[in-house]
Every structure is written in C-alpha cells, then in structure tokens.
Design a protein around this ligand. Sequence first.
Ligand code: KG4
Ligand code: ZN
Length: 352
Amino acid sequence: MSGPLVLAIESSCDETGVALVEGGSRIHANVVASQVALHAPSGGIVPEVAARAHLRWILPVLDEAWSSAGVSWDDVGAVAVTRGPGLAGSLLVGINVAKTLAWVHDKPFVGVNHLEGHVYAAWLRDPGQAEGEPPPFPLVALVVSGGHTFLVEMQDHLTYRLLGQTVDDAAGEAFDKVGRLLDLPYPGGPEIQKAAEGATRHDTRFPRAWLGDSYDFSFSGLKTAARRTVDAARADAGLREPEEPLPHVVTAELAWGFQDAVVDVLVSKTVRAARESGARSIVLGGGVAANSVLRTRLAGEAEAIGVPLIVPRPGLCTDNGAMIGAAGARRFLAGERSGLDLEATPSLPLAR
Ligand code: KG4
Ligand code: ZN
C-alpha cells in the first residue's frame, strides 16, 4: 500500500456512494447508486425520498464495493464520510453507517467536507491507470455543482482562499432550471449538453454577468433571459398550449446559447484567476465539470496561458465515494480525527 486505505461513504444528495481509495488517489472500488430515475418524475430532488433511497441502497452498495475491491478490513486505515454540506436526512444515513463501521472495526473516523471531495477528485486514479503527476501548487480550483459554484486558490493541501462564488444560483441549478424551461428531462445539465450538440445555427446570445473585476458569479439574470427567450420562441412558433413542444431545432439553439453563456463566464474568470494568482495548475470539479464544452474550452484556454488543467473523468465529477476517500485520506494524513459523536452539518462551508 502506498498510503492509507480509506473506506469512504458519500450520501449528501441523491447518489449513494461507497469507495475504497488507497493513499488519497488509487481507486480500488467506487460504487455509486444513482437516484436520478427516482427523482425525474418530480423534476427535482425530494429530500425525504432521497433519504429513504439512501437507507435502501447503502448496504448493497457497500457489499458491491467490497466484492469488487480485492482488499479486506485488515487493510483499512480509516473510515471517511461526508459530513456536509447536503440534505440532512441524506447525510444522516451515510454518517450513521460510517460511524457504525468505524466503531465495529475499531478504525479511525474522519468527517469530510463534500466540496473538498469535489476538489480532491482531481487526485484520483482509476484501477490500472498510470500514476500521473498530481496537480502542482499553487493552484486555482473551480467547483461547479448542483448546489455550489466557487473559485478557490490553494497554496498547499487543505488550505483554501475563496476568490469568488455565486451570488445567486449554482451553475448546475441554472442548468437544471433552464432544462425545465426547455421541457428537457431532469437533470437538465446533461440534457442541455445533448440538446446543444444538435444546434445547427449558433447565433443565440444570452447575457453574461461579468460583475466587474470580481470573481463572483451570477446566473439568475441568465435564467430570466432564458425564460423570456423561450416565451418569445413559443409565441413565434405559434404554440399556445403548455404541452405543445418547441421544435427541436429551436430547443437545440436555445440550449446551445445558454450553455455558451455559462461556459464563457466560468472559463474567463477561472483563467483570469489562474493568471493573476500565478497558479501552476487549474483543477475543475463538481457535476457541471462533466460538461464536455466546459472541459474543452477550459482546457484550451488554460493551455494558451501555459497552465495545465486537471479534470477528473465525468463519472468522478458527479457525486461519488472515491472523492470523499481522496479528501479523507488527506485529512487523515494531516492527523485529523472525528469523534463518533460527529453530526451532519447541512450548510458546512469549505473554508472555515
Ligand atoms: O456535483 P453533483 O453531482 O451534485 C451536487 O453536489 O450538487 O452535481 C449535479 C449537477 C446537476 O445540476 C447536473 O445538472 C449537473 O451537475 N451536471 C451537468 C452535466 N452533468 C451533470 N451540467 C452540465 N453538463 C453536464 N454534462
Ligand atoms: Zn456534489
């Protein structure tokens, strides 16, 4: 083993994840049960439904992680779990299972910030994947998820200086809301990406909220503009009933325009932050980091200023247990331990 093996549990939102991660990077197992199909009919996450689904799936996911890993409890150095931010009822399920496992097997226990997990996903390596260079410090990390959007500077491990954050909606939330406006299935993020790929004209331009020189983000004006544009497009197409769909070409064009506006702001601010802070790398994480246009644009512009972009494969950008194992190992190696009285903290900030 090249560092402690961490059994990690993630249950903050709507994915039940269990992973075994060695040395903060090497994945031995990473099993995720997604609740997307369960929440799709309501077009959003229903907290009590999410908590009950975690309760239903957490032990089968744990079983599958063990059976795919080829390691045993004797190898485990610590148990890590997401302590926040997230939905209280969802967090409680993972925390309770993790505490019980740590207690029964007499292992050290570490509570992890979910957002730190999204950052540390950049250090992960899949089974069989060659050992790469870890992201060099100082770095800037952009985390774009369903609940959070922020830009931080890291001079070293586990130290964060907040450069900017959203003043209203998270980027993923904006994708999901505009997806709903366009009558796309839940969650809107991947659906908007897919719809935008079908756009034949690329001349819809939505407003960008630059907020001066600030590194903060705002997506609520964009959402309002999208609503107005969708209403106008429906009127143009002569659609009167809400159930009458927009023609595909129009949906594709609007999805492209919205995605282009979000990506433009995210990429511009991140690259400027990297340049102005003298960063040696850029890390991208969170569910929206699965977006192929964001990945490609940021990689291109980072390369243009000579700074490497490190972004996990899409399956490690969305919520999973491995990212909690990566961050948990770092905390464990830094000597951090949580008591078995650890509580769920639904609004835990990243930098305290
Ligand atoms: O990080 P995550 O899995 O959960 C939270 O911690 O919030 O992020 C989920 C968010 C959702 O809003 C979803 O629409 C968005 O990530 N997302 C995407 C894509 N895949 C997931 N947004 C844009 N493009 C994608 N391909
Ligand atoms: Zn997340």
